[in-house]
Design a protein around this ligand. Structure first.
Ligand SMILES: Cc1ncc(COP(=O)(O)O)c(C=O)c1O
Length: 401
């Protein structure tokens, strides 16, 4: 189905698009430091050029005008709106006492590794994967064990034989799942998730599921939480991490969730987490999150259309000029993973992307040494930026033939 920039979508873009240059934005203002060239067009960091919903900004303004930012409580209303969002959008039924707060999902990844494993233990991930997964294991002096996802004709697939072979050796103490999966863009099906959870159950391996991208359903595949698999049969063996930050562009407000249905695990987590930090909730993060969950649905629906439109621009432009380039099917996330291998060797990717195309991207080698010819492009941005990036890539790639 062709996605059209309807007048209402154009209005959404016009109302929400902002110039982030010179605003201390990591994506826009760290180009010289990170890429050695301040003039690159940035499509790297996973945040957006769109203002958060008006209701969120208004709620924040009200608190700013109140003028006090002292220690705060999490009101029941926050918890209720979050629970209602999970129920309505994802048919996940949460209980309020399962919920804990943290200041970012990456923070929680580090905490999970520390809590659930010991020094030198083996922690399993599926690569390529969002690189803080790898860092959270290495920085805590645990061993990374990775099972490679397989890029085939039907898109990225889990190598279940290898997954089970690794688990069956009995050394894995934790599996960290990325669902939906950054960077390959898969929304795992209920069948795949059940297979994962059944294997982890069989080999007594706890699962931490990072579901931060849950709200980005780009194609027809719907997101399923590990909490709902097999009518909740595995709830006591999983911890879910999520946040309103990716969905509503709130990353720097540092408000995220740790969901632990298992009461014994919860008790252990509460005891453990005190030893690393006494987390206070982020007042502004929680005010923003509450307004977003309460009023942000229509905004999100428009945003998803913009991402779909941008994905269409990218795939069409590449298909027209260089059909041999493989763009991973984008089911979830707003991040497109492209393999430039048919036209360019791994050693030349960085030079080609930066010098010839003028782009700043996430490189495939950051996510796995096995995907050095891939690049990841952020599509949650101005359609004009995506059109320019796609055009530069397509025309420069075509010249390589
Ligand atoms: C899979 C995944 N987890 C976590 C994060 C970051 O979460 P936070 O900003 O809450 O630390 C990202 C950001 O791109 C992500 O893609």
């Amino acid at each position: 189905m062709t996605i059209v920039l309807t007048p209402s979508l154009q209005e959404f873009i016009q109302d929400h698009l902002v110039d982030r240059q010179h605003t201390d934005s990591l994506k826009w203002d760290a180009l010289a430091e990170r890429f050695g060239d301040p003039s690159l067009l940035p499509l790297w960091v996973a945040d957006m050029e769109f203002k958060t919903p008006l209701a969120v900004r208004q709620a924040l303004i009200q608190q700013v005008e109140h003028g006090v930012f002292g220690y705060s409580l999490v009101p029941d209303q926050y918890i209720n709106t979050f629970i209602a969002w999970q129920q309505k959008r994802h048919q996940v039924t949460l209980q309020a006492d399962w919920l804990r707060f943290d200041q970012g999902v990456v923070n929680s990844l580090y905490a999970m590794v520390n809590w659930l494993t010991k020094l030198n233990d083996q922690v399993l991930i599926m690569t390529p994967v969002y690189y803080p997964f790898i860092n959270s294991i290495k920085d805590n002096h645990r061993q990374v064990v990775s099972v490679d996802l397989i890029a085939g004709d039907n898109g990225w697939q889990i190598d279940f034989d290898r997954f089970e072979a690794v688990l069956s050796q009995g050394q894995i103490k934790l599996f960290i799942l990325c669902s939906p999966h950054n960077p390959v863009g898969r929304i795992w099906t209920a069948t795949e998730l059940e297979q994962i959870l059944a294997l982890c159950h069989r080999y007594h391996v706890p699962v931490v599921a990072d579901e931060i991208h849950q709200d980005f359903e780009i194609g027809s595949q719907k997101f399923t939480s590990v909490l709902t698999i097999a009518n909740g049969r595995y709830q006591n063996e999983v911890v879910v991490l999520n946040a309103p930050s990716k969905t509503f562009n709130l990353a720097s407000l540092l408000n995220s969730h740790v969901i632990i249905p298992n009461p014994e695990w919860r008790q252990q987590y509460d005891t453990f987490i005190k030893t690393i930090h006494q987390t206070e909730n982020s007042l502004l993060g929680q005010i923003a999150g509450q307004a977003a969950y309460e009023f942000g649905g229509p905004w999100l629906d428009q945003l998803l259309q913009v991402i779909r439109y941008n994905y269409q621009t990218l795939t069409n432009t590449l298909a027209d000029h260089c059909p041999e380039i493989q763009v991973s099917t984008l089911e979830g996330t707003y991040l497109s993973y492209l393999n430039l291998a048919p036209l360019i060797a791994a050693d030349h990717i960085q030079d080609f992307v930066q010098r010839q195309c003028g782009l700043a991207v996430d490189y495939g080698r950051w996510f796995s040494p096995r995907t050095p010819t891939y690049i990841r492009l952020n599509l949650a941005t101005d359609p004009a930026i995506v059109a320019t990036a796609a055009e530069h890539l397509a025309t420069q790639l075509a010249l390589l033939r």
